[in-house]
Design a protein around this ligand. Structure first.
Ligand code: GDP
Length: 193
């Protein structure tokens, strides 16, 4: 694709797969009701064409992002409730270069389960996968059960990026996804050198 320095913001947001420089698959994981779908719809916003693969029961959305002069298209998969049945495995993780692992700061059990999700990533995911740990619902301060430091510590031990977000108030949502996409892009562009 030809680099067009005059290209307007809105234009790349609607570029087709083949016009983009990179196309990545990423996945959302974490317990039910932690806010995965809300995070995804926040991030994908106006470019939100939610699509489904009914055969494997997942939903996904796209978001184009400009990094330097490159257009990155991130395809983001959501479990569409399948995590309840532990029915997501191979096909869900196949080819994914990034994972956003979400827990709910108001429910400690969702944080406890982060280890289980990491285990599953190790089993089914790409070993180079970029993992961003997200503590969602940071707006619910009075209901907090998981301290910021707990998230930070776990992220440090497991070598993950970490952020707290609020899908409801749109805090850090953009940042969380962009950290994941930027890191994937760095790894991918180094590999192709
Ligand atoms: P999923 O099952 O992980 O996809 O979770 P959903 O996105 O369906 O969200 C589960 C519930 O949590 C819904 O009632 C959302 O409205 C609510 N929710 C999601 N994100 C937030 C948030 O950041 N703050 C608050 N207060 N509620 C949220």
């Amino acid at each position: 694709i030809h680099h067009q320095p005059f290209q307007k913001e809105h234009k790349y947001k609607h570029m087709a797969d083949e016009e983009c420089d990179y196309l990545f698959k990423t996945v959302l994981i974490g317990d039910s009701a932690v806010g995965k779908s809300n995070l995804l719809s926040r991030f994908a916003k106006d470019e939100f064409h939610l699509d489904t693969k009914p055969t494997i029961g997942v939903e996904f959305a796209y978001r184009n992002t400009k990094l330097g002069d490159k257009i990155i298209k991130a395809q983001i998969w959501d479990t569409a409730g399948q995590e309840r049945f532990r029915a997501i495995t191979n096909s869900y993780y196949r080819g994914a270069l990034g994972a956003m692992l979400v827990y709910d700061i108001t429910r400690n059990e969702t944080f406890e389960n982060v280890r289980k999700w990491l285990q599953e990533l190790k089993e089914f995911g790409d070993p180079d996968m970029v993992i961003v740990l997200v503590g969602n619902k940071s707006d619910l301060v009075d209901l907090r059960e998981v301290e910021v430091e707990d998230g930070q510590k776990l992220a440090e031990v497991e070598k993950l990026c970490f952020l707290e977000t609020s899908a409801k108030e749109n805090l850090n949502v953009e940042d969380a996804f962009l950290q994941m996409i930027t890191k994937i892009y760095k790894i991918a562009s180094q590999k192709s050198l």
